[in-house]
Write a protein that binds this ligand. Sequence first.
Ligand code: HAM
Length: 421
Amino acid sequence: MLTCPRGTVDLLPGAVEAFQFLEETARRVFAAYDFDEIRVPIFEDTALFVRGIGETTDIVTKEMFTFTTRGDQSLTLRPEGTAGVVRALVQHGLLKTQPVTKVYYVGPMFRYERPQAGRQRQFHQIGFELFGVPGPEADAEVIALCARFLQALGFEGVRTKINSLGLPEERKVFNAKLRDYFGAREADLDEDSQRRLATNPLRILDSKNPAMQSILAEAPTVQEFLGDESRAHFDSVRRQLDAMGIDYDVAPRLVRGLDYYTRTVFETTLPGLGAQDAVLGGGRYDNLVEELGGPSVPATGAAAGMERLALALKAAGLGPGEGVSRPDVYLIVPDDDGMTEASRCCDVWRRAGLRVRWDCAARSIRSGMKGANKSNARFAAILGPDERAQGKVALKNLSGGEQTLVTVEEVVAAARGSEPR
Ligand code: HAM
């Protein structure tokens, strides 16, 4: 049997509804914050991600799905959305004509990681980016949007971890200090951290290995290396979050897996997810647009993982649950002579917006009623020879029980009137 590749999943009817709910809620919240949708390609030039995300990151060194085309071009399935969005805005000159630009995207991302609960090789993100605002108001807006989105999904007790990674110059000093600190303890570092010591010591702080935690606890924190402006920026973000009533914790050891961040970074975790509990993450990246060939435009943004959100919804008993959609009308036609009229009825009801189930086959009323009940339809419509002779349909309300003889058009009014749809 052929099966889907490792690290991918088929979202079957019944599971896909949670993703629709996430998307619908996100679109509503994004509209309130005045964001527009953008859709960019799923693959890009490999160089875009190498330059954008950072040569020494795990994503670039280990996790990219890269392939060579027949024309010998190296392309990569996007591991994240930010780099492609920046590329598109620069390519189309949008940041010149519209200095403050706010866009969101929804779609699949690809990382060659070891699959486990909440970690896939093809996963989906809802992400958004805000360009053109250097001040802390934009950081606060982005963090607030994330928190309000999670609350709109129904989550309670949402708390965001925030930190400042400072400016590249400040981080350089910090990185050197980390190299000294961890270098003096090299023998006690795990293999991953030893590798990172040479390439990207900041990432050691992100180690989840329990054996590393005592070394990490004593390590210098980035907060000690922030200059006055970075500190003032961070304090202002905090004041604005306080004013909006957004709950957060300062997490001095929070670093991110992508190199483009400057100053504010943040992540939110939710319960019920096991080891992969970060549902969203983001931060400010003031140098990326210029690094990718665009004008000097500050930016900030975030992305949420849809699979993790769906798992968290389930764990919290939120969202649409696992039921597949419920038909308004289940049509039963007991004889072949009724097929043409059945097609016409379905057409009338469907054009009126009802969800109609009909298998395009005649079946006995007994088996039809069984099917109707199993489908959880709101009404069964029986179109037998007697009904057809009178130009009518027998309509049975499957929750109320009563059955009435009505015209084809009256079915629409009855189904619409019976319950909020
Ligand atoms: P990220 O933290 O790499 O950030 O990913 C964001 C979210 O995507 C994670 O919090 C997680 O929920 C989800 N995610 C990541 N990898 C996987 C995976 N293998 N399986 C399932 N879910 C996953 C970014 O991608 C940045 N582009 C966010 C950003 C936007 N920063 C600024 N703007």
